[in-house]
Design a protein around this ligand. Structure first.
Ligand SMILES: Cc1ncc(COP(=O)(O)O)c(C=O)c1O
Length: 346
């Protein structure tokens, strides 16, 4: 599917979502999920790596079942996610687990399900290693100490990060932990530039050479995998890892497979003017999209906007004054009773 066909599909799906029987409704498009996962699977296949889906982006079972046809496995970041993924995975699909910290009980429960488990520190690795029967391949999450994300709240490599063992710290360890078979990185967020992944992978090379029984490298998520992307850096990275170390390589996107397939469909309950702006109170709330409130970003919506359009504020119906989706310049004014889809809500 080329980028134009893809945009057309998402647009059609958003319009179809508007006809749900009642609102507010959180709607996933099966067609969009299939298109997104097929596209990512194509990229992974061309690069020679396995495609996992990371549940933290959306863990709804019907969504996982739809994605399941095009992926090699699932990545879970808690015991709960691991149980959900285990309940939907098909034969041959692997389960990969990682969390910034597990209790000893969580480690036991996770080891019982996971094919691959990445630990966030050498201490956690040693606990998992002592409890592992040998059925789970253990790895360490490493922090390549390369920041690509301007907002430190999203930057896994921010100074003082809790995420992964610092490469510079690992260099000081004389011997790598016994039983270490894998390396996991994830240091980007919503990036379109896979050359950043190439830089991160390059930063690992001295460390990878020191691991005697290296079997796999998980390159994490954090990248969109749209049809317009230059995927050659991924192909080079995977090719080099496979030829230099003979390892299996995984990528584990979340957002890329679901974000554009989800729509929050709402209805305008009331519209009234305030100082030149139409205030539209919707039958939903930003509580269903916490990132909108916490990070103050304005989500895209299904209505056409225009340069000199009608200034409109879309607000949620709760008593919180800041329950606001955003300010828009719509081509036409919103009418009471009209339905609006918040797009990219998956
Ligand atoms: C370890 C890990 N892997 C994968 C992902 C998925 O990232 P994204 O949804 O940006 O692709 C995340 C997201 O936070 C993550 O922390």
């Amino acid at each position: 599917m080329n980028p134009t066909e893809f945009d057309r599909l998402i647009h059609t799906q958003a319009n179809q979502a508007l006809s749900v029987p009642s609102t507010p409704a959180y709607v996933y498009s099966e067609a969009a999920l299939r298109a997104l996962s097929q596209q990512a699977a194509l990229i992974a296949e061309r690069a020679g790596c396995e495609l996992l889906y990371t549940l933290k982006a959306c863990a709804l079972v019907p969504v996982l079942e739809t994605l399941s046809s095009h992926i090699h496995g699932f990545a879970a970041s808690s015991v709960f996610e691991a149980r959900i993924a285990d309940s939907v995975r098909r034969s041959g699909q692997s389960l990969h687990c990682y969390s910034p910290a597990y209790s000893p009980d969580d480690i036991e429960s996770t080891l019982a399900l996971a094919d691959y488990m990445s630990l966030n520190s050498t201490f956690q690795f040693d606990v998992a290693s002592a409890l592992n029967s040998g059925a789970t391949s253990l790895g360490l999450r490493l922090n390549p100490e390369l920041s690509f994300v301007s907002d430190p709240r999203y930057d896994p490599s921010r100074p003082g990060s809790k995420l992964g063992v610092l490469l510079s710290g690992l260099e000081k360890i004389v011997r790598m932990p016994d039983g270490l078979e894998g390396v996991h990185i994830h240091n980007n967020c919503e990036s379109n530039d896979l050359s950043q992944l190439a830089q991160s992978s390059e930063a690992l090379s001295d460390t990878l050479k020191r691991i005697d029984n290296l079997r796999w490298v998980n390159l994490g998520g954090g990248y969109y995998l749209g049809p317009e992307m230059d995927t050659s850096p991924l192909e080079q990275v995977v090719g080099r890892l496979r030829s230099d170390y003979g390892v299996k390589v995984f990528i584990e996107p979340g957002t890329a497979l679901v974000q554009q397939a989800g729509f929050l469909v709402t209805e305008a309950l009331d519209v009234f003017p305030d100082d030149g702006t139409d205030i539209v109170v919707l039958d939903t709330s930003t509580s269903h999209m916490p990132e909108v409130f916490e990070y103050q970003y304005t989500p895209a919506v299904s209505r056409p906007e225009a340069d000199e359009g009608n200034p409109t504020r879309l607000a949620g119906r709760t008593c919180l004054a800041g329950d606001i989706f955003g300010d828009y310049d719509f081509q036409d004014p919103v009418r009471t009773g009209e339905r609006i889809a918040i797009v990219d809500a998956g």
